[in-house]
Design a binder for this molecule. Structure first.
Ligand code: 5CA
Ligand code: ZN
Length: 406
């Protein structure tokens, strides 16, 4: 699939910092990539295109965009892959409920997402890959799992046997009761008769009347959810890439299962060096979700005249690992902050620009402490200074590192 328009990314003078990120699997901070130079590889789980981008999605993609920007600042080439779950139950259900073709619904929402990402100055992935264009690839991954003896059938549907992966459980570290509960909540079927283990996950769903299906060596059907991300990540990044990302709602089952699938298919470990998760953004006391419908939409705000840079700043004001609730003051505060920063770069001089840029870099390198990075910019913007080069340097750095065009 075509991704979206890449923003300009100015180079910023001065030394970059080494990035450390919280890894869900080990529970600690890890330095990724482990060595300087070369290519840094990242996979971020993309949208299921049945509704418009809300502030929770935007928070997730802006968080991983910071990682992309910090790696580039440190001189890495970044290889970034993102999928689109453009065939799955929620999309088909929404299409049926609203009387539109599922393919039209997906195409429309993917285009809206592209427009939102462009407006938010999110750097596009080099590989933006839909499931519908990857049916053979995903079927091939299921074949590899078969070869590894990790597949069985239940009434014609194919399942992944989680016992085939000795490392299963190592991404989430949840106990089995928690896994079972989350599996039922998030698209799994722990109680289906005929399964060997309640946690075994669907790899291939045989054709049902009225549902889309494709021919494959596995028979006519469509891919299950988790294996799509194993297959796409393996093809476009390879094993042991640096960061597997998404919201914390994906820790289990999705990231656990997609890691296990790839590990069993290749016989290698780990799928990713770090599993990085964005906290949930909510509204009115609940997780913002397309299925609940309690949404603040990026496109609606944009089209209502809100500056996308204010949206970006509103998201960056919260640490990515914290769950938080969106309120209208988030946007008002961000707009006020943007005005102060824009006013400050319009001055002929300011305080030491190099020191301010270093403070921003240091904050972001410390597990993406964006709130402290913004605070450093607030201080710079509200202090008098004599450095005539500072306004230009700050403008470049805020653009390159925070993705905010002043
Ligand atoms: N297509 C799958 C991933 S393969 C999916 O989860 N799609 S999604 O459209 O539901 O979500 C897209 C991304 O936004 C995922 O990374 C998800 O974890 C994240 N996300 C969803 N809701 C929120 C929320 N309320 N707050 C933060 N991130 C969220
Ligand atoms: Zn995914």
């Amino acid at each position: 699939m075509q991704a979206w328009t890449k923003p300009d990314i100015p180079a910023v003078p001065g030394p970059a910092r080494r990035l450390r990120l919280h890894d869900t699997a080990s529970g600690g901070l890890v330095e990724v990539p482990p060595a300087t130079g070369g290519t840094a590889r990242m996979y971020v789980c993309g949208i299921t295109p049945y509704d418009a981008t809300h502030m929770g999605h935007a928070a997730t993609y802006v968080t991983f965009d910071l990682i992309n920007r910090l790696w580039r600042d440190a001189g890495y080439d970044v290889l970034y892959t993102q999928n689109i779950t453009d065939v799955d139950d929620p999309l088909l259900e929404r299409a049926t409920a609203t009387g539109v073709e599922w393919t039209d619904l997906a195409a429309q929402e993917i285009q809206l997402f592209r427009d939102d990402m462009t407006a938010l100055r999110v750097i596009p992935p080099q590989h933006y890959i839909g499931v519908v264009e990857s049916i053979d690839l995903v079927a091939g991954a299921v074949e590899d799992l078969k070869q590894a003896g990790a597949v069985y059938a239940v009434d014609g549907d194919l399942y992944f046997a989680v016992k085939a992966d000795p490392a299963f459980g190592g991404v989430s570290n949840y106990d089995r009761d928690t896994m079972r509960e989350l599996f039922a909540e998030r698209g799994g079927d722990p109680d289906r008769d005929g399964k060997q283990d309640p946690l075994d996950s669907l790899l291939w769903r045989h054709e049902r009347p009225g549902e889309p299906a494709w021919d494959s060596a596995l028979g006519r059907g469509r891919p299950g959810w988790h294996v799509e991300c194993s297959a796409i990540a393996l093809k476009y990044l390879g094993m042991s890439f640096d960061v597997q990302g998404g919201g914390s709602d994906l820790i289990f089952p999705h990231h656990e299962m997609s890691a296990s699938g790839a590990q069993v298919a290749t016989g290698e470990h780990p799928f990713a060096r770090a599993y990085v998760h964005q906290g949930m953004v909510g509204l009115d006391g609940e997780k913002m979700s397309k299925s609940k419908g309690n949404l603040v939409l990026v496109s609606k705000e944009r089209l209502g005249g809100v500056d996308p840079m204010a949206i970006r700043l509103a998201l960056l004001a919260h640490h990515y690992r914290t769950d938080w609730f969106w309120t209208s003051s988030d946007l008002a505060d961000a707009q006020a902050r943007l005005d102060v920063w824009r006013g400050a770069i319009g001055r002929g001089a300011g305080p030491d620009g190099g020191a301010a840029v270093d403070a921003v870099r240091a904050a972001l390198a410390n597990d993406l402490d964006s709130a402290s990075a913004l605070a450093a910019m607030d201080t710079w913007s509200t202090t008098e200074g004599e450095d005539p080069d500072a306004p230009a340097l700050i403008t470049q750095a805020v653009d390159a590192l925070l993705g905010v065009k002043l």
